[in-house]
Ligand binder design. Structure first.
Ligand SMILES: [Zn+2]
Length: 339
């Protein structure tokens, strides 16, 4: 064990034995935004063996205030977050194997990536993704750590399959939207507080110090000086469709239809076509160049601005339509410009 981890191994609950365990573990991080970059950096610095990062978006200027792995150049070049994160993380600790995926993970894609994963961390901004992780966690018996933040508020909870209630059991206890990072804003200390909670819980799980795991639903509002910690152990629902006696995992069904989703109140709609496969960005850019509007391209995506709308198409055929929250309009634009 080299000097790099000396301060962490001096911390007795981890020690040399814990450090060796951390080194053998594989963490999957869903989301590469504020919570994702914070958790990723902390775990990579801590010496986790392998980290899988999945994100569907690219870096924008409004991210830089709190998404700690990204630079002005990443925003300027619209680099996908997963790609930019991997690059930065490899500079931080080259011993860690980082796998980065630019995609909006469906249940079947997640199932493909879960082999050998010891822990999942929620760094998403939406409940569909969280409920999917929750069902995957139960089906494959992999712990996961829920986290969310908006404004100066944050919330977190660790789910151990077979032990704690799952997120589905606690739905009445957790906020399900309304406020999002775009409408209410967010300050970085709220992010860092959730990251701190998620990372320390992750460390406990990675060194297998199960007794130290919190088991409480914690939330706080740093501006209002409020902190709550709720013991939820008695809220496990025996007939829960995710963790009960006869689970049906309702959030793992994936329809073969085109899917649209309004993104975290950001005046954007995501369109996900049913078929997977790689698109030729050159071809798309070539076709768009004949239309009225501005085409920009990098190795990962094509951006097309026309009037008040900007559309970004990724290699997997997925698109973000900016400047609208109307899903029908977004679909019409998608078909008009991308086929
Ligand atoms: Zn449950």
């Amino acid at each position: 064990m080299n000097e790099r981890y000396s301060r962490q191994t001096l911390f007795s609950p981890i020690g040399e034995a814990g450090q060796k365990k951390i080194r053998t573990k594989h963490v999957l991080l869903l989301g590469g935004g504020a919570l994702g970059t914070g958790n990723a950096e902390a775990l990579v610095r801590a010496g986790v063996g392998r980290l899988t990062v999945i994100d569907r978006d690219y870096v924008e200027w409004s991210n830089l205030q709190r998404q700690q792995l990204y630079s002005e150049q990443d925003a300027e070049d619209r680099i996908p977050k997963a790609v930019a994160a991997k690059q930065r993380l490899s500079e931080v600790n080259s011993d860690v194997k980082v796998d980065a995926y630019v995609m909006d993970a469906t249940p079947s894609e997640m199932e493909r990536l879960l082999d050998g994963v010891d822990l999942m961390i929620d760094a998403t901004d939406n409940f569909d993704a969280r409920m999917m992780m929750n069902d995957l966690s139960q089906k494959y018996q992999i712990p996961w750590i829920y986290g969310g933040c908006v404004s100066s508020y944050g919330i977190s909870y660790t789910i151990l399959p077979g032990e704690t209630p799952c997120l589905n059991c606690l739905l009445d206890q957790v906020p399900r939207g309304g406020m999002t990072c775009d409408t209410a804003g967010i300050i970085s200390p709220a992010v860092q507080m959730v990251v701190a909670h998620q990372t320390v819980e992750a460390m406990k799980i990675l060194v297998e110090d199960w007794a130290a795991v919190s088991g409480k639903l914690v939330s706080f509002d740093l501006w209002q000086n409020q902190h709550t910690s709720i013991n939820v152990s008695r809220m496990k629902n025996e007939s829960c469709p995710s963790c009960g006696e006869n689970p049906s995992y309702p959030f793992l069904e994936y329809s073969q239809q085109m899917k649209t989703a309004v993104l975290c109140g950001r005046d954007s709609v995501q369109i996900r076509p049913p078929a997977n496969g790689e698109w030729s960005l050159e071809e798309v850019a070539g076709t768009l160049a004949k239309q009225e509007g501005e085409v920009e391209q990098n190795p990962y995506l094509v951006s097309f601005t026309t009037g008040k709308r900007r559309m970004v198409l990724f290699k997997d055929g997925r698109a973000l339509i900016h400047g609208t929250q109307d899903e029908t309009e977004a679909k019409t634009l998608y078909h008009r410009y991308f086929g």
